[in-house]
Design a protein around this ligand. Structure first.
Ligand code: AMP
Ligand code: MG
Length: 345
């Protein structure tokens, strides 16, 4: 959070130096929020007024959902665990209800209650370590869905030590909020990129689809592994390469299997979900990375029926294989990989 505050200051300086009120901007908006680099490009419709509104919305979402900031609205609920119900913003109850739905649809692979287990591993902090089985067991006992009570305007964590963490869904929600602002301003075309959560509005200037790169999990800073031609949708990727630490030659990444309390070992290195709802795509990409490729593709029709008709999936696996939904055939290819094959399922 300290880093974010610093970055806010820096972003404000850059903006005030660059902008004239209501002038069109040739540069996208770029700020650090939600623990990632957020960039929004509204091209010819990008004005200071628009970008100011988006910036404020992103910081407001950060102030609501940051589980590591003791002043966030989510932390107020966590602080009342075992004590009593807390008033909750509609955005929090909305995300908790969707989390529950995604959890149910994926056999428990998504849980908003993993806070105690996430804290135990400390991934992405200076305290990262491999906890022992007893510690994991204890932390898991504080993640039971029946101990979470969500009503219209309140949230109650029934046991002391329980902790909500919405890191697996909040960026997708932010992406949908930004898209809503762009639509209110009648922006014709835009790209929203919130660190792996991407949404496209409209099409390119020449009327063709956007080209979205999908990272190579074995070389996330290098050339993309895949390219996807797409428009008017959201593309969200969860990857084991995003946050991790290494100990004794093993990598421990940040996507935890709620069944074991340990980093998921499904064989999938990255899971991409394409859906008009970025919030749904975000929750699903996290959950399906936990479930693995086979379960994802055998569940896809059920997920489409229960959660959203327009859902497609891409799984990149540790053995080099790439699986994708049939709906993507013709729009997905290797970025630079003649000879390799995508298996459509
Ligand atoms: P993402 O990058 O969207 O896949 O989200 C990963 C983040 O979600 C982690 O850093 C945790 O804060 C949280 N998380 C980890 N595992 C899970 C899970 N199985 N269900 C819900 N949230 C999770
Ligand atoms: Mg996610």
């Amino acid at each position: 959070m300290k880093a974010s505050f610093f970055a806010r200051g820096a972003a404000l300086c850059v903006l005030s130096a660059l902008l004239v009120s209501c002038a069109r901007r040739s540069q996208p908006l770029t700020i650090i929020a939600l623990d990632t680099v957020c960039s929004v490009n509204a091209f010819e419709d990008g004005t200071k007024k628009l970008y100011d509104e988006i910036e404020e919305a992103l910081y407001n979402i950060e102030d609501t959902f940051d589980a590591t900031d003791s002043n966030s609205r989510l932390s107020a609920i966590n602080a009342a665990a075992g004590i009593g119900p807390s008033p909750a913003d509609e955005s929090i109850t909305e995300l908790l209800l969707l989390s529950e739905k995604v959890g149910r649809g994926t056999g428990g692979a998504f849980s908003p209650l993993l806070g105690p287990v996430i804290d135990l591993w400390g991934i992405n902090t200076a305290e990262a370590r491999v906890p022992d089985a007893r510690e994991i067991e204890e932390a898991l006992s504080l993640t039971k869905a029946e101990d979470l009570e969500v009503t219209g305007g309140t949230v109650f964590l029934k046991k002391r030590g329980m902790k909500l963490d919405l890191g697996g869904i909040a960026k997708g929600y932010a992406c949908d909020v930004v898209r809503g602002i762009l639509e209110e301003h009648a922006v014709k075309r835009a790209i929203i990129d919130l660190g792996g959560n991407i949404a496209f509005l409209g099409r390119k200037e020449d009327g063709t689809d956007w080209i979205c790169g999908i990272k190579d999990p074995n070389s996330p800073n290098g050339e993309p592994l895949l390219k996807l031609e797409t428009a008017e949708t959201s593309v969200v990727t969860s990857g084991v390469y995003e946050r991790y630490f290494e100990k004794d030659g093993r990598r421990y990444h940040h996507i935890l299997d709620p069944a074991t309390g340990r980093p998921a070992e499904s064989g999938v290195l990255s899971m991409t979900v394409i859906s008009p709802s970025s919030t749904l795509a975000d929750a699903l990409s996290t959950a399906l990375l936990v479930l693995g490729a086979d379960e994802t593709f055998s569940l896809s029709d059920t997920l489409r029926r229960e959660l959203g008709a327009d859902l497609s999936f891409i799984a990149i696996c540790g053995d080099g294989s790439v699986y994708a939904s049939r709906s993507l055939e013709g729009s997905l290819s290797f970025f630079n990989g003649a000879g390799r094959k995508i298996s459509y399922r």
